[in-house]
Design a protein around this ligand. Structure first.
Ligand code: HAM
Length: 421
């Protein structure tokens, strides 16, 4: 017998019993996108490696360790193409913004997408090689009001999916003017404690000292005493950060200022934020995160354009819902259409009319005995059975409540009303 083939490591199949929670989460995301006036955008699943290297930074984990490389077909000119599956969508969206000259549109541009991302990471609970994000971006707005609006939007998303204890961690990491001095302060500080840093952090200290703060192995006392970016902001960045926090206070949003929140991608400037479940900080990976990237468009060859956005991990959101036992809205009642003998034309015709009336309908395609069909309907999760028989001549059918066992004869056009009533 041929051997079985399994899904690649770090990927998952979402089986029908799991996708109800996904539908719920995606429905909330789409509905919020509409209510917050975001327009849909789609970009390719793969892009030039250079886009990610320039956009996210050569030393970001996503580029340095986790690029999922793609090449063209063997023998083609593109065999050695430098492409990678997208680890995140922001760089691709800004590429599209520049490529299509979208700066001429009435701004700021508000775009959103939901889709899979790919990072060749070591798989573990909540960390996959293919995962989904709900992404929103506002391009062309320097803030600070929009910074608060996006943090409020993410808050509302978690509340509406049913995660009431998600809390925002916020920080400001400054901009091209004040960051160099902060970087130097970190290098000076950590250089004094090299013996207490892991190998990764020692290497990062040269290339990207902010990321040392992100090191989960960093001793808490060393982290607490480390220079804080909030203390090194230039006047403009400090005023921006203060304004964002004042707006969050005015909106009565739950947040904590987290001085270690530097984020893993290099394009960030000023406001950064992440969402975690309150009380589980540190033990759990972020449910979502984002921030401002005022230098990214220029880095990718466009004109200077401020931007801010977030990516919410849908896999982790669904895991948190399961973890906390949050009930997701049930699908509408399932109606089975059963009959006798070979009356399949009648069953399909009745099923069609019930669907016209908006019902979720599953006709039995077999010629089994009625009892067997009703048994199968219950097993499949149907709560009602519509029984097609001789009464169809008068446009009537049997309607059986499968939970209670009661049966009545009703007009085909009355079924929907009976079920919802
Ligand atoms: P990120 O923090 O790299 O930001 O990813 C956002 C979210 O995606 C994370 O908080 C997490 O929930 C989820 N995520 C990331 N990696 C994985 C993984 N391997 N498995 C499961 N879930 C994962 C970004 O990607 C930025 N593009 C967000 C952004 C948009 N910033 C500005 N605009």
């Amino acid at each position: 017998m041929p051997t079985k083939i399994s899904a690649p490591r770090g990927t998952r199949d979402l089986l029908p019993e799991q996708t109800g929670a996904w539908d719920h989460v995606e429905t909330v995301a789409r509905d919020l996108s509409r209510r917050y006036a975001f327009e849909r955008i789609e970009i390719p699943l793969f892009e030039r490696v250079e886009l990610f290297a320039r956009g996210l930074g050569e030393t970001s984990d996503a580029v340095e360790k986790e690029m999922f490389r793609v090449s063209g077909a063997a023998g083609s000119e593109e065999e050695r193409a430098e492409w990678a599956l997208r680890p995140e969508p922001t760089a691709g969206i800004i590429r599209a913004f520049i490529e299509h000259g979208m700066h001429v549109r009435a701004g700021p541009l508000r775009v959103t997408m939901i889709g899979p991302m790919f990072r060749y990471d070591r798989p573990q609970a909540g960390r996959y090689r293919q995962f989904s994000q709900w992404d929103v971006e506002v391009i062309g707005d320097p803030g600070p009001a929009v910074d608060a609006e996006l943090i409020e939007l993410a808050h509302r998303f978690y509340a509406e999916v049913g995660l009431t204890d998600a809390v925002a961690h916020v920080n400001s990491i400054g901009d091209a003017r004040c960051r160099p001095a902060y970087r130097q302060a970190l290098v000076d500080y950590f250089s004094e404690h090299l013996d207490r840093l892991g190998e990764d952090s020692r290497r990062r200290l040269e290339l990207n000292p902010l990321r040392v703060l992100d090191d989960k192995q960093l001793a808490p006392d060393l982290a607490d005493a480390a220079p804080r970016s909030a203390d090194h902001l230039c006047d403009d960045c400090r005023a921006h950060f203060r304004a964002v926090l004042d707006l969050l206070d005015a909106l009565k949003l739950r947040y904590v200022v987290d001085h270690r929140l530097v984020r893993g991608l290099d394009y960030y400037t000023r406001t950064t934020f992440e969402f975690v479940i309150a009380g589980r900080e540190g033990q759990q990976q972020a449910l979502g995160g984002g921030g401002r990237y005022d230098g990214l468009a220029e880095l990718l060859g466009g004109r200077p354009t401020p931007g801010i956005g977030f990516g919410i991990g849908l896999d982790r959101t669904v895991l948190a819902l399961e973890d906390q036992g949050v009930a997701v809205p049930e699908a509408t009642s399932l109606v089975a259409v059963v009959g006798t003998g070979d009356d399949h034309a009648d069953r399909l015709m009745v099923a069609g009319r019930l669907r016209d009336a908006g019902l979720r309908v599953r006709p039995d395609g077999s010629s089994r005995k009625l009892g067997k069909q009703l048994e199968a309907a219950t097993k499949a999760g149907a709560t009602w059975a519509v029984i097609v028989g001789d009464e169809l001549g008068e446009d009537r059918v049997g309607l059986k409540d499968l939970a209670v066992g009661e049966q009545v004869t009703v007009g085909v056009d009355e079924v929907a009303e009976r079920i919802s009533g």
